[in-house]
Design a protein around this ligand. Structure first.
Ligand code: ZN
Length: 163
């Protein structure tokens, strides 16, 4: 003889609509607890079915894709293009004017002058460190020596002087 806990799966199957197997049917006759469990599970299954039915029965939104597609499908099909209404011309004209303005703005933006940069000042710039590292005799580097002339003299103190 199976205990009540062993019938739990069979009771759940029965609550979900399956025909009870003969063993379970015999047990349900003698066991009020399992009969109550089966009844509770049947009620739970009914509540779940009802909730599912309610969630699927919600009407689609007014302008949802289903309604829009249904409206499109119900519209009559016209094969030849309709003549343009006179009141559409101002809209076309203003759209063309906007396009022209945008094009002019784009051309002006593309052809704008490049920002001026003082390249001469940039190329003449020297790091202040260069002046500090320049030795006292450096002046001789910038001048051409005369034939037989001297670049610099070294004094007995070790000091160098450009000529
Ligand atoms: Zn039982």
């Amino acid at each position: 003889m199976r205990s009540c806990s062993n019938w739990a799966d069979a009771i759940m199957d029965c609550a979900l609509g399956q025909t009870p197997e003969p063993g379970l049917a015999a047990h349900l006759v003698i066991c009020p607890q399992c009969r109550d469990a089966l009844q509770a599970r049947r009620e739970m299954a009914e509540r779940m079915d009802e909730a599912f039915r309610r969630s699927t029965a919600v009407e689609p939104p007014s302008y949802g894709p289903e309604r829009v597609m249904a409206r499109i499908a119900s519209m009559p099909r016209t094969s030849k293009p309709r003549p343009t209404a006179w009141w559409k011309w101002p809209a076309v004209g203003s759209a063309a004017a906007m396009l022209v303005v945008v094009l002019i703005a784009m051309v002006m933006w593309v052809r704008r002058p490049a920002p001026q940069t003082n390249f001469a000042a940039l190329s003449a710039w020297r790091s202040p460190t260069q002046a500090l590292l320049r030795p006292p005799v450096a002046a001789a580097w910038d001048t051409k020596p005369r034939l037989g002339g001297e670049f610099f003299k070294i004094k007995p103190s070790g000091e160098m002087h450009a000529q």
